[in-house]
Design a protein around this ligand. Structure first.
Ligand SMILES: NC(=O)c1ccc[n+]([C@@H]2O[C@H](COP(=O)([O-])OP(=O)(O)OC[C@H]3O[C@@H](n4cnc5c(N)ncnc54)[C@H](O)[C@@H]3O)[C@@H](O)[C@H]2O)c1
Length: 343
């Protein structure tokens, strides 16, 4: 088992204890002391995993799978169930599931009676290396993704890599998209290691998967500790996301986030004339990810969506791209440059 501690720079923030490895679920017994009630909020499709958390007398609240559950209506329902069952400010909320569940549950914990303790148990690769790390919580508003949320760090994150055995291949690729992205932009040795071990990752070799998750989590923790609020270093995590989010939105969210990030990484590397682009493309393709913007999407429509991204300021579109492998920079993107992608 590996322990990584995330100490956010914000004053008064106690930090997050992250346990990574086979069997990390068992660590939950150490976390429940001092709480009057324990609530286990879980994605109903993976109830079997939630049942493995052995805690006497807990309140279990299932949530329907899928991003539609990331809504204020669902927050209202969960809070109501918690109140009906006598939860207080001393209640501990444990969220079990992928990024949908950790975003939604993390948000509930951050606002229930102005904030209660929260433990995240991510069960997808994307949840383990991305959504559960860094304190961002969110719900969607209509078709607008992640419009309401907080930056509130959980007390602990339990990452049990054994849970990845049941994950469908497409979901493994979703997580690999973010892993390849972060390695390419901030961690050159990690990127080279991924090039060597990708076949073993795809075969879900347990030791290799554990090391992969540990390295990806450590890379994200280092960025979040330097910049909690997307002002500087954290923008590097946006590599692939400026174009990727636009592709995702124009597909009406029919294309998955990880697939769109992969497409966005390839497009943004081209826009920045990144010299090692072929190596990154090869790794994304090996992980089963797509590389091209769908031909049906119009450049002007993509640009309009990119302009409206919530991370933009004063109508300026920015992309985060590697200058060389493992070293990123943030650049301003003009419409003229963007359109060269399609010429
Ligand atoms: N907070 C952040 O920083 C952050 C970062 C990235 C993504 N996100 C959010 O994360 C969400 C996407 O996360 P996701 O890809 O994990 O999706 P998800 O949570 O919807 O899970 C995807 C599917 O996998 C299933 N599943 C979960 N664990 C499983 C397991 N161990 N075995 C088999 N099936 C399993 C779920 O039931 C679901 O059907 C989005 O809402 C996105 O906005 C948040």
């Amino acid at each position: 088992m590996h322990t990584v501690t995330l100490t956010p720079p914000a004053r008064g923030n106690p930090g997050t204890d992250i346990q990574i490895g086979s069997g990390a679920l068992a660590y939950v017994s150490k976390l429940v002391k001092g709480h009057d009630r324990v609530v286990i909020l879980f994605d109903e499709s993976i109830e079997e995993i939630a049942l493995r958390l052995v805690i006497g007398d807990s309140l279990r609240i299932p949530v329907k799978s899928g991003d539609a559950s990331k809504s204020l209506a669902e927050v209202d329902r969960i809070v109501s169930v918690m109140l009906q069952n006598g939860c207080t400010r001393k209640t501990l909320l444990i969220c079990v599931g992928g990024g949908m569940m950790t975003d939604l549950g993390g948000f509930v914990a951050s606002v229930f009676m102005r904030g209660i303790s929260c433990v995240l148990v991510p069960t997808t690769l994307l949840g383990m290396v991305d959504a559960a790390i860094g304190g961002k919580t969110a719900v969607n508003v209509g078709s607008k993704k992640n419009m309401i949320g907080t930056i509130t760090h959980p007390q602990s994150v339990l990452i049990d890599t054994d849970l990845l055995t049941s994950l469908p291949d497409s979901q493994l690729s979703e997580g690999l998209s973010e892993i390849i992205k972060i390695a390419a932009i901030v961690d050159h040795p990690f990127f080279e290691w991924l090039e060597d071990v990708m076949p073993q990752i795809l075969k879900r070799h347990p030791i290799v998967l554990e090391e992969c998750v540990l390295r990806a989590v450590t890379a994200k923790v280092n960025i979040v500790q330097a910049d909690e609020h997307d002002r500087d270093e954290r923008l590097l995590l946006n590599f692939g996301h400026t174009v990727g989010h636009a592709v995702e939105a124009l597909s009406a969210y029919k294309l998955s986030h990880g697939n769109c990030v992969s497409i966005g990484v390839v497009a943004e590397m081209k826009l920045a004339n990144f010299k090692d682009a072929t190596r990154v493309e090869k790794l994304l393709a090996a992980a089963g990810l797509p590389l091209e913007i769908p031909k049906t999407m119009k450049p002007d429509d993509l640009w309009t969506v990119m302009l409206s991204d919530k991370k933009n300021e004063k109508g300026v579109v920015k992309i985060a791209v590697p200058k060389r492998l493992g070293e990123g920079s943030v650049q301003i993107l003009s419409k003229e440059t963007f359109l060269t992608l399609f010429s």
